[in-house]
Design a protein around this ligand. Structure first.
Ligand SMILES: Cc1cc2nc3c(=O)[nH]c(=O)nc-3n(C[C@H](O)[C@H](O)[C@H](O)COP(=O)(O)OP(=O)(O)OC[C@H]3O[C@@H](n4cnc5c(N)ncnc54)[C@H](O)[C@@H]3O)c2cc1C
Length: 365
């Protein structure tokens, strides 16, 4: 194999976007994925391009979200043009139903010059005639967008293939070999890969990979989330709706996602009857017409949970050529473009897009 500049381990949205950023700078990048690309948390997520309570979100997360939110429409357009696959970036807006913190939320939106509308029940009925709001204090943020995860992941994969990035599936990395403060190789399927730099983007499995490599364990733990998708007719719902911590997301073709549960189940991704019942009851009580739609799929994913949801991005303090970009918890899709750019800033020794301190691995260990 030719000289490799950078090995990326893990092919979810974090790894794929890091590969794109780094290959853009002329680096020869190889991505190693233990199974098929983009089939874990990144595939399982809802693709809402905002934290669920943006006014309560820690500033380091907000910073990455803000950068990504301006980048996403261009990224989606570029990927669509280069691959023919439309990631369906859609500014469908998000209605926060029965928003008990409405004054805090409005003050936050005013500070950020974010457009909003406070809504009474009859306002909601005007824009979403099929849903049943319970209370008279809802907030609508019309500029919150979504993307369709599987499509974005497929587009990224095709785009990287066009760029000549080597994407090696069924390549599980058990450990990173480290000698005298430098990562020197990884061995996969009896083949040794060496590179100048190594990037870990293994989502919920990042802590495991660090400890298998003899490093202090990163505090990243799997947090299971289950979702349903309804085969609903087009136009039943136009905006994303959040109520009591759960949400409905209408896709471009009319299908509606209902999510999500939050559960500590270690690495068990099994779906449960209880989650099905809870999500189904939530969705059909909010949007009764969904009782007529069948459920196309029920699935679970493992979010890369971290204690405050602030991702780990940057070089390992004791291994100079080993970098991490992981632990994005519930906001990994919205933060992905900014996280990948910040990671690339570290590797390429560029001026960082945001202050890098809050994300550095040494602040997490
Ligand atoms: C139900 C649910 C709903 C969500 N909704 C949203 C949302 O609306 N908006 C939002 O922003 N975020 C959402 N998220 C969170 C978001 O999906 C994640 O934070 C994000 O996808 C994490 O991406 P990742 O690439 O870091 O991890 P992953 O997508 O999990 O990718 C990690 C990859 O690494 C591979 N891997 C692991 N170990 C190894 C190894 N040893 N060797 C090689 N490869 C390895 C895995 O196979 C996997 O492909 C949601 C998540 C879930 C589960």
């Amino acid at each position: 194999m030719n000289r490799i500049d950078i090995i990326i381990i893990g092919g979810g949205v974090s790894g794929l976007l890091c590969a794109r950023e780094l290959s853009n700078s002329g680096k020869r990048v190889v991505l190693l994925e233990r199974q098929a690309l983009g089939k874990e948390s990144s595939w399982a997520g809802g693709g809402i391009l905002s934290p669920l309570n943006p006014w309560r979100t820690p500033e380091p997360i907000t910073e990455l979200c803000r950068w990504s939110q301006t980048t996403y429409p261009h990224l989606a357009k570029e990927l669509h043009a280069s691959t023919g696959i439309d990631p369906e970036w859609l500014p469908s807006g998000l209605i926060f139903l029965d928003c008990r913190e409405i004054e805090v939320a409005k003050a936050w939106a005013d500070r950020r010059a974010t457009r909003y509308e406070s809504m009474a029940i009859n306002d909601i009925e005007r824009i979403e005639p099929n849903i049943c709001p319970a209370a008279d204090y809802s907030l609508f943020l019309p500029d919150i967008a979504q993307v369709r995860n599987p499509r974005l992941l497929r587009a990224l994969r095709t785009d990287l293939q066009h760029r000549g990035v080597e994407l090696l599936e069924q390549h599980p990395v058990d450990q990173i070999n480290i000698e005298r403060g430098r990562a020197v190789s990884v061995v996969v399927n009896h083949q040794t890969f060496t590179a100048q730099d190594y990037v870990v983007t293994t989502g919920a499995w990042s802590g495991l990979l660090a400890s298998n490599s003899g490093l202090p364990e990163l505090p990243i733990m799997p947090v299971k989330g289950e979702m349903l998708i309804f085969n609903a007719p087009q136009g039943l719902l136009k905006h994303m709706v959040l109520s009591e911590g759960r949400y409905l997301i209408p896709r471009k073709d009319g299908k509606i996602l209902a999510g999500s549960t939050i559960e500590n189940a270690q690495f068990n991704k099994g779906i449960t009857e209880a989650a099905f019942e809870a999500l189904h009851a939530f969705a059909t009580s909010l949007l009764p017409a969904l009782r007529q739609s069948n459920i196309e799929k029920h699935w679970a994913g493992l979010r890369p949970g971290s204690s405050n949801g602030i991702p780990t991005i940057g070089p390992h303090p004791d291994v100079s050529n080993l970098y991490f970009n992981c632990g994005h918890f519930r906001n990994g899709f919205v933060m992905a473009p900014a996280s990948a750019r910040l990671l690339a800033n570290h590797v390429l020794q560029q001026t960082p897009i945001v202050s890098p301190e809050p994300y550095l691995p040494e602040t997490k260990m």
